[in-house]
Ligand binder design. Structure first.
Ligand code: ACO
Length: 349
């Protein structure tokens, strides 16, 4: 069986910078609160009505393709991870495919939120290892600012998230012990509603009770979006921040330890850790637990906030551009988020 490697990487962030002070103008929050609790100073917002999740994915993909030394025509499969797709269906993968003139190849959408990129990378790794594909384009992209609650009610979530995209090309390699060494994926649906965007959806109150949604009587009425859901503005993501935090600080070290143990390595072997940018305090906790130095952990949440499926590839791409990821380095990727889902990948660059 072949090994796979990341042959090209790129990222795109929109031009518009939104500071904590900008948010404090529209909701009851402060720069101090946001910095202290999350580390975030500013984030980027996509240009409404012009940019979308898929167009940002295209920009990141173009760079990854060029850096891999291939053309669009060489890509033989697309994997697109996002929780904020342009349309409910079809997925963002086919929209990217249309814009990049790649008609005919398969396009798979991944819905694993903050762990989306690592899940997508793992799927690409399996396809390449088995010889099925040779140039898999993996994209993570989010347009969070299109659907956040910018009133004070939504402040615990809306201050955290930002927009952007990252992409990689996954190719086979014959060089032994190079490339993706292993990936590790986990989920626990018990916590599904702790961090979720519930409406609109087909659930019909099955898990949470029907009363709060004001469903119509008829069997042939749509239960996706009721007048009551709309009137109550029950159409935004919700999060139990502390529950997410508690589980994240447990699962990040656990899934990194799993990857190291599988490869008979220890945390002392890690050259650079690229954690999902959920909260600077979470990353600092993980860093301490692993005994890593500041320059061994990539943190860019200060500039971009949490970009969910895009955060790992944006952070990896920036670190690579800055010369922080060098040939032969042991790179560890790790993520935790809604689902709950979590995962890790170890890469010998
Ligand atoms: N500005 C000012 N005050 C706020 C804000 C805000 N933006 N948001 C919440 N508060 C208030 C709350 O109302 C609460 O006030 P109260 O004490 O009067 O009731 C107080 O601050 C404390 O609220 P908590 O939610 O307990 O604050 P906490 O210290 O837990 O920080 C945070 C919240 C930053 C969200 C934190 O819990 C966190 O980072 N959790 C993890 C989130 C995460 O990692 N998500 C990643 C996955 S994302 C994905 O998968 C899509």
């Amino acid at each position: 069986m072949k090994q796979s490697k990341i042959a090209g990487i790129g990222h795109y962030v929109p031009k518009k910078i939104v500071t904590n002070h900008d948010l404090a103008e529209v909701m009851d929050t402060s720069d101090e609160w946001i910095r202290e609790r999350t580390g975030i100073i500013e984030r980027r917002y996509a240009e409404r009505h012009k940019e979308t999740t898929s167009t940002m994915g295209v920009e990141a993909a173009k760079i990854a393709i060029e850096r891999a030394g291939i053309t669009n025509k060489d890509v033989d499969f697309i994997i697109f991870a996002t929780l904020s797709p342009d349309y409910y269906f079809p997925g963002a993968g086919v929209l990217l495919q249309r814009q990049m003139d790649m008609a005919g190849i398969g396009a798979l959408d991944i819905r694993n939120q903050c762990s989306g990129f690592i899940y997508a990378l793992s799927v690409a790794d399996q396809f390449v290892k088995t010889g099925m594909y040779k140039n898999v384009l993996v994209v993570g992209s989010e347009f969070h600012s299109s659907g956040l609650d910018f009133s004070t009610k939504g402040r615990n979530i809306s201050v955290i998230f930002g927009d952007g995209a990252g992409a990689v090309i996954v190719q086979p390699t014959d060089v032994k012990n190079k490339g993706i060494l292993s990936t590790h994926l986990h989920a626990d649906g018990e916590y599904a509603e702790k961090l979720a965007f519930i409406n609109p959806g087909s659930h019909g109150g099955a898990f949470l009770g029907t009363e709060q949604y004001g469903y119509p009587e008829g069997d042939f009425d749509s239960i996706w979006l009721t007048d009551k859901i709309w009137a109550d503005k029950d159409i935004y993501p919700n999060m139990e921040g502390q529950a997410v935090f508690k589980m994240a600080v447990q699962k990040f070290p656990e899934v990194i330890a799993e990857a190291l143990s599988k490869n008979k390595l220890t945390s002392a072997d890690i050259d650079i850790l690229v954690p999902h940018q959920a909260n600077l305090r979470i990353s600092q906790f993980v860093q301490k637990k692993l005994g890593l130095k500041d320059d061994q952990v990539v943190n860019n949440i200060q500039k971009y906030g949490n970009t969910t499926a895009a955060s790992v590839p944006i952070a990896l791409s920036e670190a690579w551009e800055a010369g922080r990821v060098k040939d032969g380095d042991l790179v560890c990727l790790a993520a935790f988020g809604s689902g709950f889902t979590w995962g890790s990948a170890l890469i010998r660059w």
